[in-house]
Design a protein around this ligand. Sequence first.
Ligand code: PLP
Length: 218
Amino acid sequence: MAVNIEQYKSVSSELSSNQVTLVAVSKTKPVEDIRALYDLGQRDFGENYVQELVDKQAVLPADIRWHFIGHLQRNKVKYIAPFVHLIHGVDSFRLLEEIDRQAARCNRMIDCLLQVHIAREETKFGMDEQELTEALTKSSSLKQVRVQGLMGMASFSSDDNIVRDEFQMLRMLRDKLMSPENPLSILSMGMSGDYRMAIEEGSTMVRIGSLLFGARGS
Ligand SMILES: *Cc1c(COP(=O)(O)O)cnc(C)c1O
């Protein structure tokens, strides 16, 4: 097993002393690895692929809080709506509407984060400031979803200044768009390689995979 137990213990105590939530990103990793961290008390796990998440959820303890952190297609929302804890990557109002519809069918409330395009790279998903503002305004009409905050992925860059700028941009957007009705209290930013910097820049939730579970097969 490639799970690094000592690393997990040190990262999770570092994060809890900073009041930052650790989402352990277990995509492509076997259920035994998830179970190993579960047995140490970890409850928040993140997955990127709908089918993989559904399969794992079916065989793992019911009190795991499953975070969907991948790119979600509208026609797949129905598979995760019955149990998902938080959907991080909402990048359009149409997707939010579909989540609302499926949440209503399951008679539950689903918490979501809007994904912001902060990286300079063209390939990353997410909304710009105008789309974000519109989606937030329109989301007040949806009864079964709650927008709890923002999520972003920084550029894959060895230049710390670029990454820091991107985290700062996300934090500033949050501060600008938050309101008493919509406090946007969750800021999901930071991964294995940049989580410390993300926390310095105000992250409240980090998504860490390879540092805990080992590198993913290439
Ligand atoms: C895979 C993934 C992570 C975790 O990445 P690591 O570098 O392995 O920590 C975090 N966020 C998202 C959106 C991911 O797809």
